[in-house]
Design a protein around this ligand. Structure first.
Ligand code: GAR
Length: 194
């Protein structure tokens, strides 16, 4: 069983998909805690599934390093095998990233390296892109630069709005995230000879 801490900042629809998948005893993943940088609406999903939650707000700390140290302590408390950034909109400093090297993944609504950053869907539309998609990748010290695990492409519809496109992206993103974390769990147990 792969134990996972999920970090979110928003509605948490990716988190919800993972929580629902993990209801199946055959799914080899357990969400042990959900953290956020704010009182995000998505934390309600965790509460509904009786999963521990924590909030570490940057504004309560002198600087980013202090914030990240407390966030790190909260994550480590749950001893996860994997940390999943699912719509977590704060950039994590190197100290945090280093603590989870190879155990920290992010899901991003574009085909990286195209359209990095917080407004990937808007940026793809503004650039007149014909295609976009989802990237799930390991997190390194850069912003949306870590090694890609998997990508899935989507054709942008003529005249589509940012919210319409993001919703269509999220439909494939949720399924891809659930499938990818399952694969990571199976790879880990194969490595351990279970
Ligand atoms: C997802 O589309 C995720 O890829 C994106 O935020 C959304 C969160 O949706 N993340 C980023 O843009 C990170 N740069 P959710 O809260 O419904 O899961």
């Amino acid at each position: 069983m792969l134990s996972v801490v999920v970090l979110i900042s928003g509605s948490g629809s990716n988190l919800l998909a993972l929580l629902k998948a993990a209801e199946n005893p055959l799914y080899p993943v357990k969400v042990v805690a959900v953290g956020s940088d704010k009182d995000a609406p998505g934390l309600e999903h965790a509460e509904l599934f009786e999963v521990d939650t924590f909030i570490v707000e940057p504004s309560r700390f002198q600087d980013k390093e202090q914030w990240a140290k407390t966030l790190l302590a909260n994550v480590l408390h749950h001893q996860p095998d994997l940390v999943v950034l699912a719509g977590f909109m704060k950039i994590l400093p190197e100290s945090f990233v280093k603590a989870f090297e190879g155990k920290l993944i992010n899901t991003h609504p574009s085909l990286l390296p195209d359209f990095k950053g917080a407004h990937a869907v808007r940026d793809a539309l503004q650039a007149g892109a014909k295609k976009t998609g989802v990237t799930i990748h390991y997190v390194d010290a850069g912003v949306d630069t870590g090694p890609v695990i998997v990508q899935q492409e989507l054709t942008i519809n003529e005249g589509e709005s940012e919210s319409e496109l993001h919703e269509r992206i999220k439909v494939i993103e949720r399924a891809l995230l659930v499938e990818t974390i399952e694969k990571l769990a199976l790879a880990k147990s194969a490595q351990e000879g279970n």
